[in-house]
Design a protein around this ligand. Structure first.
Ligand code: NAI
Ligand code: MG
Length: 502
């Protein structure tokens, strides 16, 4: 993106008249536009500049819908991480911590506006690198990214209202924060983390996930365009080793991590006996509860969105469906009918509902867990009418019906388009089954009775509970979990507190 050589990408707007049985061809565009330029090699973003990695090493990033290499990404080692942390420290001490909230807010507003202006580039790049449908990156991810920067821009000069009891005194930032993010919502997770950190006066070293670095590097261009002072945000690309080097760097004041529970545990161990602050946003196995008095057709849509949105690569995915026994058969029939109409295929096609699984490894993991489910004996269903493209990591949306809580699929996070269905008879039983998990991230409840929703919600152990909807996000609303889903909140006023001395 920051070199001149270009690799032109076209977004297709074809296939509008295709039936579900026809295969999608990759990018046969009728009206196509050149939208985003991608450099063949992408450097590290340190101290406001794009620089070569110390080792000179690069690794490929793949388009999961074609299995073709898009470009190469710099592999940062401990020396690069040290450079980035030093740049962030210098920017913190000399510049960023000295600005007023109003001035910091101005930068954030500018960043938000440029993201809106360049939204098409971001959406196409995110879809190419991640595999998610363009409709989702265009209508959900990128608008939410801008919304997060706007929202926290507004907080920058009002932080004395953020911490209860701090009166008119400005609460202090923490210093240099390390932020490690996953590949499922690459730019959105960067925004969730960078926007509140900067609003509060911290400086940042961000590490994107190794399979999806491109949109964060385009963000680096936007930061330059916005005139953000050098070193306020640094981006080091690489895999787990780069992340580990960042976590263990002695001059980090806080770590914010989103990813797997296993890596979350490693980070927790690594910060023990240090005074680094930590927030963890980990996995989930969220329950979606449907009562017999729910608006059934809407609930079917809600369940589809709950589990098949973003190929199911969603930490709060409604991956366990709990149906009131009296409507279970009807509901499952309607769900099957709706699933027959889902379009799986070319993520750049506007009509695609389910795109590509982000990597070969994740695809293998999903297949492995489905095999386990079949061995354990749930009733497996996938739409027979769907055909998948010959190339690319595609997977059919599917479910297991009549699954008991002892099944692997009721307990383990699949992180893919796989739903586990069981039934309940009473509110108490629904709550008990929903809470029977080591996680506690999210839940959904569908009923036409407000009192029933409230009663159920009170019993659920989950950080986020949706009523008559699912997977809806907003910067004003705090997000985060309990138990093995992690701790700390992102979003809303609560999302400021982990970045302030309170
Ligand atoms: P991961 O936890 O390994 O990766 C997340 C981020 O942590 C990436 O940026 C990665 O490079 C970094 N990382 C890896 N090892 C590290 C270490 N030792 N120290 C510091 N940073 C490190 O997750 P992965 O391997 O991509 O996915 C595996 C499974 O984890 C998924 O199938 C899913 O079940 C779960 N997951 C959950 C996410 C969530 O949003 N809750 C996001 C991503 C994965
Ligand atoms: Mg990739």
């Amino acid at each position: 993106m920051h070199t001149t050589q270009q690799n032109k990408i076209k977004a297709t707007e074809t296939n509008t008249a295709m039936g579900p049985n026809e295969t999608f061809e990759y990018a046969p565009s009728i009206e196509s536009t050149d939208i985003v330029k991608i450099a063949p090699k992408n450097k590290l973003f340190i101290n406001g500049k794009f620089i070569e990695p110390t080792s000179g090493k690069y690794f490929p990033t793949i388009n999961p819908a074609t299995e073709e290499k898009i470009s190469e990404i710099a592999d940062a080692n401990a020396a690069d991480v040290d450079k980035a942390v030093k740049a962030a420290r210098k920017a913190y001490t000399n510049v960023w911590s000295k600005l007023s909230g109003k001035e910091r807010g101005r930068y954030l507003f500018r960043i938000a506006r440029i993201i809106q202006e360049r939204a098409r580039e971001f959406a196409v790049l995110e879809t190419l690198d991640n595999g998610k449908p363009i409709r989702e990156s265009r209508d959900i991810d990128i608008p939410l990214v801008a919304a997060h920067f706007f929202y926290y821009a507004g907080w920058a000069d009002k932080l004395h209202y953020a911490v209860p009891g701090s009166g008119l005194k400005q609460p202090k930032p923490l210093g240099v924060v390390a932020q490690i993010i996953p590949w499922n919502f690459p730019l959105l997770m960067a925004a969730w983390k960078i926007a509140p950190a900067l609003a509060c006066g911290n400086t940042v070293v961000l590490k994107p996930a190794e399979s999806t670095s491109l949109s964060c590097l385009l963000l680096a261009e936007v930061l330059q365009e916005a005139g953000l002072p050098d070193g306020v945000v640094n981006i080091v690309t690489g895999a787990g080793e780069t992340g580990a080097a960042l976590v263990s760097h002695p001059d980090i004041n806080k770590i914010a991590f989103t990813g797997s529970t296993d890596v979350g545990r490693l980070i927790l161990k690594s910060v023990a006996n240090t005074d680094k602050k930590l927030t963890l946003e980990l996995g989930g196995k969220s329950a979606h509860i449907i009562y017999e008095d729910a608006a059934i057709d809407q609930a079917v849509e809600g369940v589809i969105n709950g589990i098949y949105f973003n190929q199911g690569h969603v930490c709060c995915a409604g991956s366990r469906l709990l149906l009131e026994e009296s409507i279970a058969d009807t509901f499952v029939d309607k769900l099957k009918l709706r699933m027959e109409k889902l379009r799986v295929g070319n993520p750049l096609d506007k009509n695609t509902d389910i795109g590509a699984i982000n990597s070969a490894e994740e695809h293998q993991k999903i297949k492995r867990l489905i095999d386990t489910g079949k061995t354990e004996g749930g009733e497996y269903y996938e739409p027979s009418s769907l055909t998948l493209p010959a190339k690319g990591y595609f997977h059919k949306p599917c479910f297991f019906n009549k699954v008991s809580s002892a099944f692997t699929l009721s307990r383990v996070e699949v992180f893919g388009p796989v739903l586990a269905i069981s039934t309940f008879r009473t509110t108490q039983e629904a709550i008990m089954k929903a809470n029977d998990t080591p996680y506690g991230l999210a839940a959904g409840v569908w009923s036409e009775k407000g009192s029933k929703i409230h009663k159920t919600a009170q019993g659920l152990k989950a950080g986020v509970i949706w009523a008559n909807t699912f997977n809806k996000f907003d910067p004003t609303s705090p997000f985060g979990g309990y138990f093995e889903s992690g701790f700390g909140r992102e979003g809303g006023r609560h999302g400021l507190l982990p970045y302030l001395e309170v």
